[in-house]
Design a protein around this ligand. Structure first.
Ligand code: DER
Length: 260
């Protein structure tokens, strides 16, 4: 269908513009769009990918890489393989990291975490020279939280209710601990934590920081990320921010017929 076609075209375009056979370490995100990135890389054949190692962002990403016949390298094994090169040296060992997003704003800030993998996604992003966000036009928004309704936050289960109350203090309306529909219990992430989905008003762009007014619910992505991350019990926040300039690229071309 048209959405799947849009995802596939966006992935092929993202790879065409950013993938090189000289790469050694490639980060692979989570969700359905990224499947087309892996499918396209595998289709290039072993002569391109056999020497590469693919760093996953969770159990689903690991399975996707393995099922495509590509080599999986988990983050701890990557860091052991490259070794610690001393304080102040770069930790961006991955040549590139491809992933989807739930929403992307005009500055390429993203909401991520719809697939509950945001923590490992952010770890892999931190270890990558470049993050290529691949998203069809449904994800495109002028500002974050204008289409996608909430910020996924990964939290310690024992402190989840405390964090939920602190998020309400911060201005979130009715934050909810995410349920796993299949087991009818709270969803457990790959890191054995809970996810709280916290609705907030539409975020400003980081370049509009002068308009910030938390009392009126006006936050920039950077400021709100820092504030939420500071709540006792929060592991990580599903806002990827500051991906400007050469580090990031918008999605591929809009596919005919797929309008935002
Ligand atoms: O969880 C995430 O951040 C994922 O990247 C995800 O939400 C994107 O999912 P999709 O490619 O299936 O839309």
């Amino acid at each position: 269908n048209l959405i799947e076609a849009a995802k596939r075209v966006a992935c092929q375009q993202a790879l065409k513009d950013n993938f090189s056979s000289s790469f050694k370490y490639v980060g692979i995100g989570s969700g359905s769009t990224i499947a087309y990135v892996v499918e396209t890389i595998a289709a290039l054949g072993p002569e391109v990918s056999a020497h590469m190692k693919f760093v996953p962002t969770g159990a689903g990403s690991t399975k996707l890489i393995r099922d495509a016949g590509l080599t999986v390298l988990q983050v701890p094994d990557l860091l052991n393989e490259v070794g610690f090169t001393g304080p102040g040296t770069s930790k961006q060992h991955l040549d590139i990291y491809f992933d989807g997003a739930d929403e992307v704003d005009a500055e390429l800030n993203c909401i991520k975490g719809g697939g509950a993998c945001l923590f490992q996604e952010k770890v892999v992003s931190r270890l990558s020279k470049k993050f290529i966000c691949v998203a069809d036009t449904r994800k495109k928004a002028d500002r974050l939280l204008s289409k996608w309704a909430y910020i996924p936050v990964e939290v310690s289960p024992i402190a989840a209710e405390l964090v939920r109350q602190e998020l309400i203090e911060l201005g979130s309306k009715d934050p909810i601990i995410r349920f796993a529909p299949t087991t009818n219990t709270f969803l457990l992430t790959d890191n054995h934590n809970y996810i709280i989905d916290a609705p907030f008003p539409t975020l400003l762009l980081n370049s509009q920081a002068e308009l910030m007014d938390p009392a009126k619910g006006l936050w920039t992505p950077n400021a709100l990320t820092a504030k939420i991350r500071g709540i006792l019990g929060v592991l990580e926040v599903g806002i990827f921010s500051g991906l400007t300039g050469p580090q990031a690229t918008a999605a591929g071309p809009e596919v005919e017929g797929v309008k935002p």
